[in-house]
Design a protein around this ligand. Structure first.
Ligand code: PMV
Length: 326
């Protein structure tokens, strides 16, 4: 029986990925740039066991819903195909942040699963192999394999061989903070795959979104290397609002914000008008994440935590990449 445990932290995109160029291989239509976080992550243990009659998934010690088990099982099929291992596996996975918060990220989950499952299957997979596996689970997962500031190129190769993450700068390059606010969760949101496909197929602005990507990547990557906070902040917020604008222009509109989201958006903008250097970003959910400098993080976190509609606040910094645990 092969067994291995791996840990991966989640990542937040500074330049957003939204849209696929190949839905079967889950290849992104745009490049993205992210920051891997320091504490929010997933630890996963995989054991291939010839005695099992199907793959099992335990989430925080409880049997996972069937949809999650089936998604994990389809992912394990790829690892079985690559390794030649034939048995089913038991997967035990744990998030060190509230799973029900809607922040539960598929990025840390599939990065940890790719690393643990390949190791448990006896493979010593390189970054390209791990990335192409992790990507099949979730488009943002390859970025969590590496620490610090990470670029994931869209690439052009039909097989995705040029869609491999690259570290733009290690975590210690720049001591930034990301204040993550959990806003009250409303109705269930549209999944990212469905939202992206609806956007691609129905938004009249999808072409402009794709076209703008190279400029955003170039400006944000340079700002990271030069530690130019003003430029990075501006590009981060623009990328976020453009992603949400193109999603909102789909038919029917893909809307992830709730009342709390909009309140926090206005609050961040007024703090900035008052001289606090902070910029926001949001993903396929209602939570607002605020990028700031270390000296301002406590003030911003305290201020946002006191707002109606905000259920909790976490402060993150750049963190390490995925690793196999002893
Ligand atoms: O990895 P997915 O399929 O959950 O897509 C992630 C999409 C965004 O979080 C909205 C943006 C991003 O680049 O992470």
């Amino acid at each position: 029986m092969g067994s291995a445990t791996a840990h991966a932290n989640t990542n937040i995109a500074l330049v957003k990925y939204w849209g696929k160029r190949d839905t079967d291989l889950n290849l992104p239509a745009v490049s993205s740039l992210s920051m891997t976080l320091s504490t929010m992550g997933t630890t996963t243990r995989v054991t291939f066991d010839p005695g099992l009659r199907r793959d099992e998934l335990l989430l925080d010690d409880h049997p996972a819903p069937e949809a999650a088990r089936a998604r994990t099982s389809r992912f394990l099929d790829l690892v079985r195909e690559a390794s030649g291992v034939e048995s089913f596996a038991s997967v035990r996975t744990r998030n060190n942040f509230p799973t029900a918060s809607g922040l539960a990220s598929s990025a840390s989950g599939f990065a940890a699963l790719a690393l643990a499952a390949t190791r448990a299957a006896g493979m010593d997979a390189d970054l390209a192999t791990l990335a192409s596996l992790a990507r099949r689970g979730s488009g943002s997962a390859p970025r969590s394999l590496l620490g610090g500031f990470v670029a994931l190129p869209a690439g052009q190769a039909a097989d995705g061989s040029d869609c491999i993450p690259r570290q733009v700068a290690p975590p210690e390059h720049w001591d930034l903070r990301l204040v993550v606010t959990l806003t009250a969760s409303g109705a269930k949101t549209v999944g990212s795959t469905e939202g992206m496909e609806r956007t691609r197929l129905t938004s009249p602005y999808y072409g402009a979104w794709i076209e703008e990507n190279a400029r955003a990547m170039e400006a944000a990557s340079r700002a990271v290397v030069e530690r130019d906070f003003e430029t990075l902040g501006r590009v981060v917020e623009a990328s976020c609002f453009r992603m949400h604008a193109v999603a909102l222009s789909a038919e029917p509109a893909v809307l992830y914000w709730n009342d709390g989201t909009v309140r926090v958006i206005h609050r961040v903008r007024s703090m900035r008008d008052a001289g606090v250097r902070c910029w926001l970003t949001m993903d396929a959910g209602p939570h607002v994440k605020v990028l700031c400098l270390p000296g301002d993080a406590d003030l911003i976190a305290k201020d946002l935590a006191a707002m109606p509609g905000v259920q909790g606040v976490l402060v993150e910094r750049p963190g390490p990449g995925a690793e196999v645990l002893p």
